[in-house]
Design a protein around this ligand. Sequence first.
Ligand code: FES
Length: 61
Amino acid sequence: MIICVCKNVNSRQLKECLQRGMSLDDISEEMGLGTGCGRCLEYAFTIAEKEAPLIARESAA
Ligand code: FES
């Protein structure tokens, strides 16, 4: 499922990056997640909270 339409990032890619220990900031920098319209960020954060709660909390700080 596509998470970020602007940068064509799907949920599998997002989960793989989170499992490798990347923060949402890292993923944004590497893949452009959220750097277009920004509408995907809230959903990306929700997925991060499920997949990697500690990383999600660091990203929100
Ligand atoms: S959908 Fe991700 S930046 Fe627009």
